[in-house]
Design a protein around this ligand. Structure first.
Ligand code: CMP
Length: 140
């Protein structure tokens, strides 16, 4: 399998509950390497731009309101099959449907406050990584 990079965001609910370390540990234990990362308070424009693909969806405003409700921890994960591996670790978007032992099953409170975001495909991973990080900020 190819070495990939994927974007991960620990959302405001995860940061507020001091879960950054536990979540990053899960990534590392699964063989993913954190090659870039920072804590950031997103502006409304930054959150709207990141989630522009969801602009027409009824949940868009609530999603953006939630994502700017506190700082997020944004990172780039690298490793074999990193995109799928991260999605397996996160579990389903809706925590009610997330498999036992996944991050969302263990920590998420609702479909909006679902603790983590991860890129869903190679094309979106490339766009999402570039949205937040310049190439010189990635230590791979
Ligand atoms: P995320 O992986 O960050 O991508 C978009 C987010 O929209 C998703 O996680 C959820 O937190 C949020 N969301 C809220 N309602 C829905 C929905 N019905 N379907 C998909 N995502 C939703």
């Amino acid at each position: 399998m190819a070495i990939e990079r994927t974007l991960s965001i620990i959302k405001p609910d995860g940061v507020k509950r001091n879960l950054i370390g536990q979540i990053l540990s899960r990534f590392e234990a699964a063989g993913l390497t954190i090659v870039a990362g920072r804590l950031q308070q997103l502006s409304r424009a930054e959150a709207e731009g990141f989630y522009a693909v969801h602009k027409a969806r009824p949940f868009f405003k609530d999603l953006v309101d939630f994502m700017i409700s506190g700082p997020v921890f944004i990172s780039v994960l690298e490793g074999e099959g990193a995109i799928a591996k991260n999605r397996d670790l996160m579990g389903a978007t809706n925590p009610k449907e997330a498999a036992a032992g996944t991050i969302r099953a263990d920590f998420a409170e609702s479909i909006d406050a679902n603790t983590v975001h991860g890129s869903d495909a190679p094309e979106t991973a490339a766009v999402e990584v570039a949205y937040f990080f310049r190439s010189i900020e990635i230590c791979g």
